[in-house]
Design a binder for this molecule. Structure first.
Ligand code: SAM
Length: 275
């Protein structure tokens, strides 16, 4: 079911991107209703729309039939948030969101793998943590930028989904205070653009928490772009970190993101776990 969901989401994204004539800074789609192509729990689907509708980065929406599926197209602008997110001394990556539907699939995979807690590191507007919460994982959302965290708090309150937004530098945060038992960490950044700093800091911290170090998952956002990969081509740019820390790869799921909208490749999310 998950493989088909991913395949159909990518199909919809590619047809939408090919035919999009609007001029919005960012755009993404969410199916209107559950279907054979998108067999998603109706309540979850409603909550995904709720997240988009209550999120001020989107200023317009309309219905459109794409690849046989009626979807809502959400158009928005993240310029102001992007600028804020690069002002911090230890910012490892500016704000660029994944698609809401992709965030849902990512959390669904984490749920299927049996994790109990989801920790989104560099969480932007909190969409991955939000999706973890609606799937009944205990979610934490760590973000360095106060404007984005205020946005998360607003969405958390208005959707009635507490995904625990925290305005913290992920490099400094003390993860023992979350009392994690079986967590999965999503690292919010491409390896070559600062994500490697986030990842190594988290891995070192997890290694220092003896009761979870054998029990933890890490998800990396990779890239298939040859230009970005240059000389670090394996596992979407994460090969050397995976090797250095002896991580096991359990799955790779390629999904639409804002930054690959105009590309014919998607963003590979690499699910790994500690040995
Ligand atoms: C590429 S965005 C990813 C957003 C979100 N995870 C998603 O996929 O939609 C990276 C985010 O990481 C945040 N960030 C960068 N360095 C950070 C740090 N040291 N601690 C916490 N957040 C950080 C940025 O402000 C930005 O919002």
């Amino acid at each position: 079911m998950l493989d088909d969901l991913v395949k159909n989401l990518v199909l919809v994204k590619r047809e939408f991107a090919n035919n999009y004539t609007g001029s919005a800074h960012i755009q993404e789609v969410i199916p209107v209703s559950t279907s054979i192509q998108f067999p998603i729990d109706t309540n979850h689907l409603e909550m995904l729309h709720d997240f988009a509708q209550r999120n001020p980065i989107y200023f317009n929406s309309f219905e459109e039939k794409i690849a046989g599926t009626t979807c809502v197209v959400y158009e928005g602008d993240i310029n102001e948030y992007w600028l804020n997110s690069i002002k911090h001394g230890s910012s490892c990556q500016p704000f660029y969101p994944t698609w809401i539907m992709s965030a849902y699939v990512m959390a669904l995979v984490a749920k299927k793998l049996g994790y109990r807690e989801l920790v989104d590191i560099g969480s932007g507007d909190g969409r991955i943590a939000f999706c973890g919460k609606i799937l009944e994982l205990i979610s934490y959302s760590i973000e360095i930028d106060n404007v984005l965290v205020e946005l998360q708090e607003k969405i958390s309150k208005s959707t009635n989904q507490n995904f625990n937004p925290k305005c913290k530098d992920a490099l400094e945060f003390d993860y023992t205070q979350l009392q994690l038992t079986h967590p999965i960490f999503f690292i919010g950044g491409l390896s070559q653009m600062g994500g490697d700093l986030l990842a190594t800091s988290i891995i070192d911290k997890i290694n220092g928490i003896s009761n979870i170090s054998h029990n933890t998952g890490l998800v990396f956002a990779g890239t298939n772009s040859k230009k970005q990969l240059s000389n670090n081509i394996s596992h979407g740019g994460w090969g050397s970190i995976i090797k250095k820390y002896n991580l096991n790869i359990v799955d790779t799921v390629s999904l639409p993101t804002i930054w690959t909208f105009d590309q014919t490749i998607e963003t590979p999310y690499i699910y790994t776990k500690f040995n």
